[in-house]
Design a protein around this ligand. Structure first.
Ligand code: HQG
Length: 179
């Protein structure tokens, strides 16, 4: 991505996941805001985004962080504000992965994976993606999650529009730490 795309993507993520009030917009209960309302608000706050740039962000970025539907936009996942994405529970693949770093392992051993500030724990369907997620914080450690076991135990998993898997909590018994 170009610098402009990256910085715009980060600011839009901030607004649509965490702080819509930063530009004076309100999200509906599922996290949506009309595109024209958002673009006007961004311009008013000195962060103008053209429709063409927005199209690029929605269509072409690596992670498909944003969804556009019927003239509205939302973040596909990653929220800290309370939204109900209205995703249907999904049957997960047998194994999912979570990328983290060694300093979090003692907590994870005891509590499992918790969502922290966010509404959900984020899981990836492939090792490489999980390693990249972990690498944001240091040397990545990839945990193997027994997603089939979670499903059988009645724990609910969701697949966001961009393929990220979401769940409220992963208890320790479903986590294999690297040896
Ligand atoms: C850790 C980015 C101690 C957890 C990424 C993680 C992802 C615990 C951190 C998305 C713990 C939370 C989400 C426990 C979990 N004790 N530490 N019991 N349970 N943790 O950022 O998964 O670029 O909220 O391992 O690519 O790192 O923003 O979650 O390290 O898809 O689109 O607590 O954010 O996407 O960190 O990342 P985060 P995450 P974007």
């Amino acid at each position: 991505m170009t610098d402009r795309l990256t910085s715009t993507s980060k600011f839009l993520s901030y607004v649509l996941r965490h702080r819509p009030d930063a530009v004076g917009v309100t999200l509906d209960e599922a996290g949506w805001v009309p595109v024209d309302v958002l673009l006007a608000a961004l311009a008013r706050h000195g962060r103008p985004v053209t429709p063409a740039l927005l199209d690029q962000l929605v269509g072409n970025t690596d992670k498909q962080r944003f969804e556009v539907r019927e003239g509205r936009i939302r973040a596909a996942q990653g929220h800290t504000i309370a939204v109900d994405l209205q995703l249907a529970p999904a049957v997960p693949p047998t194994v999912l992965y979570h990328g983290t770093v060694a300093r979090f392992l003692p907590g994870i051993r005891v509590e499992g994976l918790t969502s922290g500030e966010r509404t959900h724990v984020h899981l990836s369907s492939d090792l490489d993606t999980a390693a990249r997620v972990g690498a944001r914080r240091g040397k990545p450690v990839v945990l193997r999650i027994d997603a089939a076991g979670m499903h059988v135990a009645g724990l609910v998993l969701y697949r966001a529009a961009n393929g990220v898997w979401l769940t409220r909590h992963v208890p320790p018994r479903f986590i294999t730490l690297p040896s």
